[in-house]
Design a protein around this ligand. Structure first.
Ligand SMILES: *[C@@H]1O[C@H](CO)[C@@H](O)[C@H](O)[C@H]1NC(C)=O
Ligand SMILES: *[C@@H]1O[C@H](CO)[C@@H](O)[C@H](O)[C@H]1NC(C)=O
Ligand SMILES: *[C@@H]1O[C@H](CO)[C@@H](O)[C@H](O)[C@H]1NC(C)=O
Ligand SMILES: *[C@@H]1O[C@H](CO)[C@@H](O)[C@H](O)[C@H]1NC(C)=O
Ligand SMILES: *[C@@H]1O[C@H](CO)[C@@H](O)[C@H](O)[C@H]1NC(C)=O
Length: 389
């Protein structure tokens, strides 16, 4: 998720008149809702009356990463004639969870009795996939923009106290009479769709495509946020857990070799990702992907149906082993991530003009996947031979 501080209200590009591509029979209320012309898309907001903010949901920021763009770096939307989008079609990226997740709640609530520690954890053999979230799509490079009405249209006043949600954060940002912030949250590709890597894969695919998606969304913010009343020179990236791990990778992108990153501040909360610097480990995951998919090369996997790949992702992530691992993570790829983020920070290989606020609460999350490994001699820690160079 990303937060933008608002400044350039004068740069607003708003049409409050009915969009010409909208049905002429649109109701009065619909026509009163603002639209923003992004060039490739005319996007209409909804309005949260009690929160007093415009909700621009499901805005496309990348072309569909399908066909030859599958396993490739994302590209900008291509439409020449702007399409009309009222944000009502919800879109998520295809995702899956490790089967060991079923035990984590038991660990936390019932303690050691929940699990036969000496038997260790054995992953299931997954052969079928239950019905999945109907909003899940391969064409998922969309983001949301929440803008306080006073920022989008005119200055307003403080309207409430902080609570942890997009709506609550907007309210908190407006406390004590402050103008407030714009909230942007984006999707990015996950699992086999966004995090394949390794020497063989990289001869014909882009490693860490999911990190490239995030970067494209940040560049979208630079190019478009002024149209919503935002200031591209005052962008703060916030990430928690895997989001914190992603934020570390965005801060250290390309080892700082491409100059300034497309944001100015970062709040890194309990960053988490399982380190995968080793080409050997990355290759092992890719080979497992090939054998599970029944194909011999990346280009062949581009021809598989979305449904087939969704099952492959469900199976590989579901069978993640040992306990506590996720299989797909940001990896050291020699390009976007030339080394582990911690090493790049240590060597000063990042945009040093950034203001960064890090915070960690290890106890909040780690118990879910650490106890069995800590207490069971039969359950091996993540294999050092695959996770380290
Ligand atoms: C609308 O705003 C109110 C007030 O901030 C908030 O409580 C509510 O959750 C918001 N609605 C949605 C759908 O987020
Ligand atoms: C726990 O697993 C061990 C090793 O497989 C086995 O010998 C033992 O009987 C199991 N204990 C229980 C209570 O199931
Ligand atoms: C998983 O189940 C399938 C279908 O029953 C079987 O063909 C396969 O050999 C099993 N794999 C393992 C590792 O047990
Ligand atoms: C924004 O609108 C979408 C689509 O109607 C809705 O699902 C979502 O909860 C809204 N979010 C907020 C923060 O109001
Ligand atoms: C992958 O290989 C195919 C055919 O073998 C080629 O057309 C395509 O350009 C390659 N893509 C990349 C990203 O190297």
């Amino acid at each position: 998720m990303f937060i933008l501080e608002a400044l350039f209200k004068a740069l607003l590009v708003i049409s409050s008149s009915p969009c010409s591509l909208a049905s002429s029979s649109a109701s009065t209320q619909q026509s009163a809702l603002p639209t923003v012309n992004l060039g490739y898309e005319i996007h209409q907001a909804t309005f949260n009356e009690s929160g007093q903010y415009y909700n621009f949901s499901n805005i496309r920021y990348g072309a569909a990463p399908t066909g030859n763009l599958r396993f490739a770096a994302p590209t900008t939307p291509v439409t020449n004639i702007p399409v009309f989008n009222d944000g009502s079609k919800a879109v998520t990226c295809i995702q899956a969870s490790p089967a060991w997740g079923a035990y984590t709640v038991a660990w936390l609530t019932e303690g050691l009795a929940a699990f036969n520690i000496s038997a260790g954890y054995q992953p299931p053999n997954i052969t079928t996939m239950p019905a999945q979230d109907p909003t899940a799509s391969e064409d998922c490079l969309f983001l949301d923009v929440m803008v306080p009405k006073n920022i989008f249209e005119k200055a307003g006043k403080s309207i409430g106290a902080p609570v942890p949600s997009a709506a609550g954060l907007l309210r908190a940002s407006q406390s004590n009479g402050k103008e407030g912030v714009i909230w942007v949250a984006m999707n990015y590709r996950l699992g086999v769709f966004g995090f394949l890597s390794g020497p063989t894969f990289q001869t014909n695919g882009t490693a860490n495509a999911g990190l490239h998606d995030q970067r494209l969304a940040l560049e979208w913010v630079q190019n478009n946020i002024a149209k919503f009343g935002g200031d591209p020179n005052r962008v703060t990236v916030i990430g928690e857990s895997a989001g914190g791990g992603s934020t570390m990778h965005q801060i250290t992108a390309y080892g700082g070799s491409k100059g300034k990153v497309p944001f100015q501040q970062a709040i890194v909360q309990s960053p988490g990702f399982q380190m995968m610097p080793s080409a050997k480990g990355q290759e092992a995951v890719f080979q497992k992907f090939l054998s599970t998919s029944g194909v011999g090369m990346v280009q062949e996997a581009r021809g598989l149906s979305t449904e087939a790949l969704q099952f492959v992702n469900y199976k590989i992530v579901g069978e993640s082993f040992p306990y506590g691992t996720f299989t797909f993570n940001p990896t050291v790829d020699g390009d976007f991530a030339p080394a582990l983020p911690g090493q790049l920070l240590l060597e000063g290989r990042f945009d040093t003009t950034l203001k960064i606020m890090p915070a960690t609460t290890l106890t909040k999350e780690s118990p879910s996947w650490i106890p069995s490994r800590k207490t069971s001699p039969a359950s091996k820690p993540i294999s050092a031979s695959t996770s380290l160079p």
